[in-house]
Every structure is written in structure tokens, then in C-alpha cells.
Design a protein around this ligand. Sequence first.
Ligand SMILES: [Zn+2]
Length: 191
Amino acid sequence: MNNNVLKKEFSKKDVQRVRNLVKGSTGARTTEGIGYTKKHEHYKEGDVWEENNRKWTIKNGLKQNITKMDKFKKIGKFPLFCPKCNTLMKKNLDKKVYPAYQKCFDCVVDYEADLQKKGKSEEYFKELRNNHVQTAIDSYKSFMQDQLKESNNSYVTEAGEVENWDGGKNKKQVEQELQEGLEFLENLKVK
Ligand SMILES: [Zn+2]
């Protein structure tokens, strides 16, 4: 086991994974597969498998525990009624716009038209982008916290390979390296 090689690979791939996460291109392969000893199984986006009596999947290029994802989905669930105009949110478009805008589609249309009139749309789109980046930061943070809790000796590459290694990397190092990913994301915000 060459720990130096692994360490280098980890940082590089980690940053690339964050980039892909932000760009939404989760299918992209990011590793050249530089040889080091590893035990791996290959999983791709959407696969579901059992490991240590728990169900896992690859979502957005990240290994995730399904039970946890279900919990997360419940938190992110949108309300029946638009918080702005109190009408029933039933259109597909309502579901699409709600996570980013916190209101129904009709309200979004009205709101944006109004901003355009007042010449404030630039500020608004900046905030929208930053909210989007913040969402990515939040899910990345909870992903890494889960990973650190789950295991101190494995992680999943962008390409969905579960990689395990023995020793040589401690929790502190991993935290530090993942911190770089967070800084990368923070820099995507429009100042
Ligand atoms: Zn509304």
C-alpha cells in the first residue's frame, strides 16, 4: 500500500468530485486509475446494494445510505400550499421551482416580472445562485460528516468505486482534505 499515492489521488479526485457535483455531471469519470492496492467493487449512479446490513446507493456520484436519504427527502418535502399566495401547489412546475424559490410557479413569474420592472433582477439572480451553491455546500457537508461517522477507511470515488484502505489515513487528514472541497464551493458564490 503506497500511502503517498493514495493521498495524492484522494485530494485530486475529491476536488474533481465537488466540481462535478456542482456542475451536475455525475456520470463523468474522474479517475485515471493510477494503480494502488485497493479492494473495490464497481457501482454506478442509481445502483442499490447491501453492505454491512445496510442499503446503499450512488446518488449524484456519492455513496449514500438510503435510510438517511429518505429522511432527508422528508425534510426537503414541499408544502401543499404556496407560502406566498396560499394556493394549492399541484403543478409539476410548482415542484420544480419550490426548492429554489420557496413559492409556487405563478408567484415566481410575478416576482421576477416585478423585479425586472424595478431593475433589481441582477441582485436577485445573484442570491439565487448563492442559494444554489449553499444547498450544494450543505449536502456536501452532511455527506462528509456521514462518511466520517460511517467509516474511517473507505470512500466512494466519483466513478462509484468503493475504495478501502488500511491505516495510513486518519480522520483528521480526511477532514482537512474535504475542507478544501468546501472552500472550493464557497468560492463559487457571487460576491
Ligand atoms: Zn404562489
